[in-house]
Design a protein around this ligand. Structure first.
Ligand SMILES: [Zn+2]
Ligand SMILES: [Zn+2]
Length: 318
């Protein structure tokens, strides 16, 4: 569309944000309005569109994804990131974890492309959601110890999964006792027997959970320690904050464990880091990157030696 003048755009906007006969037409009109306003870059018109999207005109707030798109097209990344976190939170509350993951991932990629600092709430939420997504993947890979570590991480953030608390804790009990993390299994089982959850436990597992708490076994396989990629301090494999140098260490897209300097790669499609050996193993039986879902060929995965730029998360990238 050729943009003529502000008043022409103003008139066009008025037509685009009126009441539309069907949701499909409304969606098309809003997309067009966002496109126009993004190009026009005029504060008055932008505010009119924002008010419309917030529902100030007709008391009907529009889907928050439009607001996100608008901020993105105006290059207002801070506002866009805040909106993305908000949208993801709504998806997460309704139990749509994959959708929430995808919203945050695409926002993360957009910010990264523009060299904008990743807000820490966005980073943390994506990490937790990705850990959740990886549980199934690790179980499918028959790696129950990794699945247990991830379940422990997710269980520590269980308030972010309000509609699946009992299911997640139940899986945590089962996977942890199966992998020899008996103390963790006991802790999750104890939580499940709280009055607010007890009656929601699947009857198939209730007896086992009760007996775990009645006859506790507290032994626990020790977590391996691996070196921090920044300072070499040896910390727990699934620890993401280094006690040695205090940085947030990026996690592997396949295992969720922290990264290691001499076993480092990135997904050739989304540039998210991974443990080289784990990514290669994973691609023997799978074809899609767990983070971006793109098809990846093993030939394109290269070991990376210069890793310092990947360690600067949540930092200004200048
Ligand atoms: Zn360190
Ligand atoms: Zn990827």
């Amino acid at each position: 569309m050729k943009i003529k003048s502000k008043s022409t755009i103003g008139k066009a906007l008025k037509h685009l944000i009126k009441k539309h006969p069907t949701p499909e037409i409304e969606a098309m009109a809003i997309d067009l309005a966002i496109d126009c306003i993004g190009k026009a870059n005029n504060d008055t018109l932008t505010n009119i569109l924002i008010e419309y999207l917030m529902g100030d005109h007709d008391g009907m707030p529009k889907d928050a994804k439009y607001l996100f798109k608008l901020y993105l097209s105006l290059k207002k990344y801070v506002e866009a990131a805040k909106t993305a976190v908000l949208i993801a939170r709504q998806e997460q509350l309704s139990g749509n974890y994959r959708d929430a993951h995808n919203v945050l991932f695409s926002m993360y990629s957009d910010l990264n492309k523009e060299n904008i600092k990743i807000p820490s709430e966005l980073y943390q939420n994506l990490m937790i959601l990705h850990s959740y997504v990886l549980i199934k993947i690790q179980i499918k890979q028959n790696n129950h110890l990794r699945a247990s570590r991830l379940l422990c991480r997710v269980a520590e953030n269980i308030s972010k999964f309000p509609s699946h608390i009992v299911q997640i804790l139940t899986s945590a009990v089962i996977e942890c006792s199966r992998s020899g993390l008996h103390n963790s299994a006991f802790n999750h089982a104890t939580m499940l027997l709280r009055p607010e959850y007890k009656d929601m436990i699947d009857p198939k597992f209730k007896k086992k959970i009760e007996s775990l708490v009645r006859h506790p076994e507290r032994s626990e396989i020790e977590e391996v320690a691996t070196p921090c990629p920044n300072c070499n301090f040896k910390l727990l494999e699934y620890g993401l904050t280094c006690p040695g140098c205090q940085i947030n260490i990026p996690y592997c897209v396949v295992t969720g464990a922290h990264l290691i300097r001499d076993d480092f790669t990135v997904c050739p499609k989304c540039d998210f880091p991974a443990l080289y050996s784990e990514f290669m193993n994973f691609l023997e039986s799978e074809v899609n990157c767990p983070m971006c879902s793109n098809t990846i060929s093993r030939n394109d995965v290269k070991k990376i030696v210069e890793i310092d730029k990947y360690l600067k998360i949540n930092e200004d990238k200048n």
